[in-house]
Design a protein around this ligand. Structure first.
Ligand code: FAD
Length: 380
């Protein structure tokens, strides 16, 4: 199924994204969580607001947005609904990859449709037997005639139930290739994965590819191009978006907790007057600001084309995701029993936050990477 944007692409910034989220997302995020999907109407509104891929250049249908601003926009979406932010993240990864690594023909065919939200993208790397260990993927793409024959199974594909275009990583003779695979290609099968712990409306799926025949134009980049650079760059941008979404979760925890603590009275006092509660709120304020600054630093380095952005993004994501888990737990605590009920958003924030420590580089992999870099720098 495809979407048709009904309004021209808008220029988005943090303020307009916040207004969009407050009106169209925040009031309904718990419902999306309960029904396990983001409704088509909202996807259309995201398209009309120009939120799908505003970083693409104008000739590809985007608004040429810088990556600092993109981070701010994804923070706002993450503040409202991590499931929607997850859909945005994987779509961003696909649109960016097409723009950055695609041939002129691939860009012309896909980029404007991705910018308009007429085509939604999903990112297929993980497999039943390969997650952190990306080198263990077993999906194969074998050259056949002037095209490819794709076989394998991808798991945990965010937006897999909904997306129209899959960016699939597969083994080729002696390398790994990145392939653009339309959902409706014969041999593609989608098995929904529902009832996850968090980001429950992000429409995950297991995707199997059985003798899927692809043309030569499915392979990203010129012939002989390996997917290593594509993987590094695409995962880096996805990680940046997840870091932004995690900052949004901390901010949402702060806003929900401050509002609740101002009104809930215990022993004749508002919770907000109690020193132990004030300590929790002040830690949320401080970590939200610190996480936002780390994210902005990573974004500035991206905009400047500095390769050090990759480590800055690892650090931003590590800090923001662990802060999200810590503060979501405290937000539930501040709400007491209400925090465990479906009547307040903090239970959802708590479940969503945990996912942030697993996706786009788990916490353990982040620590290994950050420590490895520190060791290299110290022993130079
Ligand atoms: C909600 C959700 C959405 C997702 N969306 C996508 C998607 O759109 N596309 C996609 O391709 N994938 C997606 N994934 C998969 C995700 O990328 C993987 O879950 C992640 O890479 C971790 O892999 P794994 O789950 O196989 O864990 P494993 O790799 O099996 O790791 C298990 C545990 O061991 C730890 N570990 C691994 N290696 C080491 C080590 N060397 N030292 C110490 N500890 C280690 C890990 O940190 C983890 O805690 C999604 C996952 C979730 C939960």
């Amino acid at each position: 199924m495809t979407l048709t944007a009904t309004a021209p692409v808008q220029v988005v910034d943090k303020r307009s994204a916040r207004a969009f989220v407050d009106t169209h997302v925040m009031p309904y995020a718990d419902d999306y969580d309960r029904i396990g999907r983001v409704p088509e109407d909202l996807l259309r509104q995201v398209a009309a607001a120009g939120l799908w891929a505003p970083f693409l250049p104008a000739e590809s249908g985007g608004a040429g947005m810088d990556l600092v601003t993109l981070g701010e926009v994804h923070e706002e979406v993450g503040r409202g609904c991590s499931s929607l932010r997850s859909l945005l993240t994987v779509h961003t990864m696909v649109a960016w990859t097409v723009q950055r690594w695609g041939t002129p023909g691939q860009r012309e065919r896909w980029a404007p449709a991705l910018a308009a939200g007429d085509v939604l993208g999903a990112f297929c790397l993980s497999e039943p037997g390969a997650g952190s260990d990306t080198a263990a993927i077993t999906t194969t793409a074998v050259e056949r005639g002037d095209g490819w024959l794709l076989n394998g199974v991808k798991k945990w594909t965010t937006s897999g139930q909904r997306a129209d275009l899959f960016l699939v990583f597969a083994r080729t003779a002696g390398s790994i290739g990145a392939f653009l695979v339309p959902r409706n290609a014969p041999g593609v099968q989608v098995r929904p994965i529902d009832d996850m712990l968090g980001t429950r409306a992000s429409m995950l799926a297991e995707i199997s590819f059985q003798d899927v025949v692809l043309g030569p134009d499915a392979l990203l980049g010129p012939s002989g191009f390996t997917a290593g650079m594509v993987l590094t760059g695409t995962l880096d941008l996805g990680r940046y978006s997840v870091a932004a979404g995690s900052v949004g979760i901390v901010q949402a925890c702060l806003e929900a907790s401050a509002a609740y603590a101002a009104h809930r009275r215990v022993g004749g006092k508002a919770l907000a007057e109690l020193p132990l509660i004030q300590a929790k709120l002040s830690d949320m304020v401080t970590d939200a600001r610190a996480a936002r600054l780390l994210l902005a630093e990573a974004g500035r380095l991206k905009d400047a084309g500095e390769s050090s952005t990759i480590m800055a993004t690892w650090i931003a994501k590590y800090f923001a995701s662990t802060a999200a888990v810590r503060h979501a737990a405290e937000a539930v605590q501040i709400h007491g029993a209400n925090g465990c009920s479906p009547d307040y958003p903090v239970a959802r924030l708590y479940r969503d936050a945990k996912v942030m420590e697993i996706i786009e580089g788990s916490n353990e992999i982040q620590r290994i990477t950050i420590a490895g870099q520190a060791e290299r720098e110290m022993t130079r």
